[in-house]
Design a protein around this ligand. Structure first.
Ligand code: HXC
Length: 260
């Protein structure tokens, strides 16, 4: 894989993706988006990881948004296409069959927050700042922010964030339930690795189906969501891992899941 602005490593079935453009606050330019597309495709195909961490290089920024300089001069059609392409990338992250943890190490603004919103967990440094400042630029969020933030926080808080364009503290994000954990900056990656390590011991297919049931079921009626849940519950009984999980419980030992 020839990645230019993104780094990737894997250890003990946990992948770490680092967006590496610290000179521009890790803003999502075309190169970063291309690198992410290539990498995510590869991760989805290879299935070598059971959990993944996504973070930004340096101490200042997770991702400070889409690259504002690259947006200058776009036609309305090009801008729409940019949003469509970016949304597809965020959707790809949401749909990955393993959990993704956003380790929000600094500014998560605009497209950066939208990237984190596509992940399954957001852990944050207590120095992080976040928001949807698009309205300060005459724009609106275009990588899913209006949809995922209102689903995560409810419409009232999503309006508060997206209409004001203000920056919020990590503590505020934690109180509203956006971040599941706050850490000292130096403790953020260890905390993300610890969580990823726990996830890596869980049954991979069961985790994929939990994601599917939550992400796809909660947009349907409750009856439809429950149908999806019971269908997927039934499918777990097609796996060898459910036999191992139940056997390990009876034998009072940790389960050793193989992912099938
Ligand atoms: C391009 C960016 C950038 C961005 C920062 N930089 N954010 N470049 N796109 N989103 C660059 C700066 O231009 C500067 O480069 C360098 O990074 C350091 O940034 P400073 O502003 O000097 O740092 P600081 O004063 O610490 O302020 C940090 C900041 C600020 C608060 C994060 O940079 C900022 O407000 N950035 C923009 C945030 C934003 O509006 N994001 C939403 C974008 S719209 P130079 O070369 O000058 O040193 C969006 C839409 C998504 O995301 C949907 C699209 C379809």
């Amino acid at each position: 894989m020839d990645l230019k602005s993104v780094r990737y490593s894997v250890e003990n079935k946990v992948g770490t993706i680092t967006i590496a453009r610290p000179e521009a606050m890790n803003a999502l330019n075309k190169q970063v988006l291309t690198d992410l597309r290539v990498l995510l495709h590869e991760l989805d195909q290879k299935r070598e990881v059971r959990a993944c961490i996504l973070t930004g290089e340096g101490e200042k920024a997770f991702v400070a948004g889409a690259d504002i300089k690259e947006m200058e001069g776009l036609s309305p059609a090009q801008a729409r296409e940019m949003a469509v392409q970016g949304q597809a990338l965020m959707q790809k992250i949401e749909d990955l069959p393993f959990p993704v943890i956003a380790a929000v190490n600094g500014f998560a603004l605009g497209g950066g927050l939208e990237l984190a919103l596509a992940c399954d967990f957001m852990l944050a440094s207590n120095k992080a700042k976040w928001g949807l400042p698009e309205v300060t630029l005459g724009l609106i969020p275009g990588y899913g922010g209006t949809q995922r933030l209102s689903r995560n926080l409810g419409r009232a808080l999503a309006r508060r964030v997206a209409l004001s364009g203000e920056m919020f503290s990590a503590q505020q994000g934690y109180e509203w339930g956006l971040f599941t954990q706050l850490c000292e900056p130096a403790d953020l990656m260890p905390a993300a690795r610890k969580l990823a390590g726990v996830l890596a011991t869980r049954a991979p297919m069961a985790m994929a189906w939990v994601k599917e049931a939550i992400n796809h079921g909660s947009d349907r009626t409750q009856a439809e969501g429950l149908k999806l849940e019971s269908d997927l519950f039934g499918r777990t009984f097609e796996t060898k891992d459910h036999l191992e999980g139940i056997k390990a419980f009876v034998e009072k030992r940790p389960a050793d899941f193989q992912g099938h």
